[in-house]
Design a protein around this ligand. Structure first.
Ligand code: PBG
Length: 324
């Protein structure tokens, strides 16, 4: 049946009709809000390249999370900026490390909040790479051992979800094994499975003070030209025991989200990264885009592609926008 019998505009005439036939919905429970924690007290330092996002000390983080929950966002992911860095990222797996301390406090104060932790060494190493270095390269297997140690220390502090973002081979299996051996068989692994070597991480590296001091991450993160390889990564992570697979970044990788959604039956998370956020913020500040409309359009697109949960710096704002 074609025109004039079929008129596609019939269903678009009224807000209520558009809502009735909408194929995609977003809710605050889709979102995971990223936060950056620093040592100290009373610290709330805005990240210049990510307006509205802050490096926070644990006390400020607690208040911020409490407020976040009032908007229906019940999940966060934490990144730590340690007081000192070294070649092997010792602070990453220290029992009194910044993340371990933050998680313990959060679980005490907000027991219903889902606390995810980023498991990666780049914020903790003085060279800024995601593992230990041998002959100018990240040495895979010794790094995996440290990541497993880090994940267990996060679980011990109370993290319900550990999220390895390092892109080492075999890390999911090693983390699962270490968690189970330490009696954390219920700790969830959300694997950054298809994490691309992306230009969109720039603002995050300011926020986490983690840019690599030499070279780049292309020896371990994925090549932007590849899609089939992403499916292999996701399948391997699931075989090794991942509960959730993640695609990162999101906006430039909607095809990857869709493909993994169609080929794997596990939940597919997507990380709308710092550069995606800052790009819109910068344009909005110049009056070149409307932040709310652009942000929701991006988040709907990510959901439509098949991702949930969505890790996004708009989690709080989007929850507020959606409730209006
Ligand atoms: C740590 C990590 C990074 C991000 C999340 N975990 C940075 C990187 O790989 O350089 C990026 C998140 C963002 O840009 O918002 N490896």
């Amino acid at each position: 049946m074609t025109f004039p019998k079929t008129r596609m505009r019939r269903l678009r005439r009224l807000p209520a009709l558009r809502k009735m036939v909408a194929e995609t919905a977003l809710s605050p429970s889709d979102f995971i809000m990223p936060y950056f924690v620093v040592p100290g007290k009373g610290i709330k330092k805005e990240i210049t390249s990510m307006p509205g996002n802050f490096q926070m000390s644990v006390d400020v983080l607690l208040e911020t999370c409490e407020e976040l929950c009032t908007h229906g966002v019940n999940s966060i992911i934490l990144f730590g900026i340690p007081s000192s860095k070294d070649a092997v990222g010792s602070e990453a797996y220290a029992e009194d490390g910044i993340i371990q301390t933050a998680v313990r406090e959060l679980r005490k104060k907000l027991p219903d909040l889902v606390v995810c932790t980023d498991v990666c060494l780049c914020e903790y190493t003085d060279h800024g790479h995601c593992g230990v270095i041998r002959d100018n390269e990240v040495d895979n297997d010794p790094t995996v051992e440290l990541l497993a140690k880090m994940a267990v220390s996060h679980a011990r502090a109370g993290a319900q979800v550990v999220a390895p973002s390092d892109m080492m081979d075999g890390r999911v299996g090693a983390i699962r094994k270490a968690l189970d051996a330490a009696d954390f068989s219920q700790t969830i692994i959300m694997a950054y499975s298809a994490k691309y070597a992306s230009a969109f991480y720039g603002p995050f590296r300011d926020a986490a003070e983690s840019p690599p001091q030499f070279g780049d991450r292309r020896g371990y993160q994925m090549d932007v030209r590849n899609a089939r390889e992403a499916v292999r990564e996701a399948e391997l992570d699931l075989a090794e025991g991942a509960d959730i697979v993640m695609v990162k970044p999101a906006l430039a990788y909607l095809d990857i989200i869709k493909t993994i959604r169609d080929t794997c039956n596990a939940p597919v998370a997507a990380y709308s990264v710092s550069g995606e956020f800052s790009m819109v913020k910068a344009a909005a500040a110049r009056g070149w885009a409307d932040e709310k409309t652009a942000a929701l359009e991006i988040l709907y697109a990510i959901k439509r592609a098949g991702a949930s949960p969505i890790l996004t710096y708009w989690a709080r704002d989007a929850a507020i926008w959606l409730s209006k």
